[in-house]
Design a protein around this ligand. Sequence first.
Ligand SMILES: Nc1ncnc2c1ncn2[C@@H]1O[C@H](COP(=O)(O)OP(=O)(O)OP(=O)(O)O)[C@@H](O)[C@H]1O
Ligand SMILES: O=C(O)[C@@H](O)C(=O)CO
Length: 424
Amino acid sequence: MSAASRRGPLLGCIADDYTGGTDVAAALRRAGARTALLFGPPGADAPLPECDAVVVALKTRTAPVAEAVSASLAVREWLAGHGVPRVYVKYCSTFDSTDEGNIGPIVDAVLDASGTAQTVVCPAAPEHGRTVYQGHLFVGDRLLSQTSMRHHPLTPMTDPDLVAVLSRQTPHPVGLLPLPVVRRGGAAVRDALEELGRRGVRHVVADATCGEELTALAEGTAHLPVVTGAAGLARAVGHLLTGPDAAGADAAGAGVTGPERARLPHGPAIVLSGSCSAATLEQVEHARKVFPSYRLDPAAPGDPAAGVRAWLDDHAGRGPVMVYSSAAPGERGDAGAAEAVEQALAAAARHAVDLGVRRIVVAGGETSGAVVRGLGIGSVVVTGEADRGVPWCLTTGEPRLALLLKSGNFGRGDLFVRALEETE
Ligand SMILES: Nc1ncnc2c1ncn2[C@@H]1O[C@H](COP(=O)(O)OP(=O)(O)OP(=O)(O)O)[C@@H](O)[C@H]1O
Ligand SMILES: O=C(O)[C@@H](O)C(=O)CO
């Protein structure tokens, strides 16, 4: 047991969607932190699992602002009530949000409730190809706005300038911590934050392009009770928590180990894909050639859930099957279709479990939220990753299920097929 876990968790993470929760939990696990992952705000009396870091995944990314803020505050209060000293607000590495929020309002509310006036904002996740330079977010060698995120069904990202994006979501001043300062290390970061703080800057967007720079940010923000970012900065913060000698640090990135594979349920499997991200479209195309597949078309007449159930009756329970609504721009239903699609995929998950399915791959954060809620799953144990940021999770309640919740843009093209073969 690490020093951190003997004192109880030192970090509580509030993730704004369910795949973001699995991603950040995997990153903390890779940093050597024993990490618990809960779904939905825990009841006020819910006990704190024994761990070094606890992640609570919410479905607040696209919820109405007031709902998103109140769920995030409930988690912050629960963490504070259990004496967890620091909060990490996890949002998407592509900063998925709209001018209304929800990143700005959630961060503002958590800062106010924590009695603190400043935080750092850094969605860089170099392992996923996300970097921040001069306050602009890049995905690989493209500005965020030049990627498929421009056409996201719920949170189209058309502006890569994070200072500008966040300024539209908060009434408070937003500033920039430029790369040359970050490269000078943790002490320089801290000095710069203090200087910005004296000028009243509350949200400090920080440049970072690699792991060393994220380490400098983690060191320079170690005094802040609230830090915000994606899995990249969380991993650096996790490394500081567990210390250089943490057992298993980074070795945990190696994939699903033999003993973990043995603990995961085997048998019938389903892929449920509601993500329309570019990586998912490739994964669906690959899996369609291997698995019996059902396309859920929100524009088709009739109850979408009834159609899927009938198809599952004929196909689920033997080899893996796939149900997907994933579609390229121009082939999708209108914005109002999203909720119906989520509910149909959640209904498909419930029906598949009734038919004996025990391994479930879900693509998309919103979709994962709907499916996990639909199945009534409250918490999981995070195990090895099928691809970076995509860990297999084992449900703690009955029936035991192996869950792989995949962020839209994560994973190689063969992920669905390979992940299910590896856990057969
Ligand atoms: N054919 C479709 N027409 C309209 N909306 C769709 C369609 N298929 C899926 N959707 C909706 O698009 C949204 C996709 O969001 P989701 O978060 O699940 O995926 P993602 O954004 O790719 O993943 P992540 O948030 O992990 O990056 C969901 O609300 C889903 O219901
Ligand atoms: O940070 C990311 O890109 C992911 O964890 C995520 O939040 C996708 O929904």
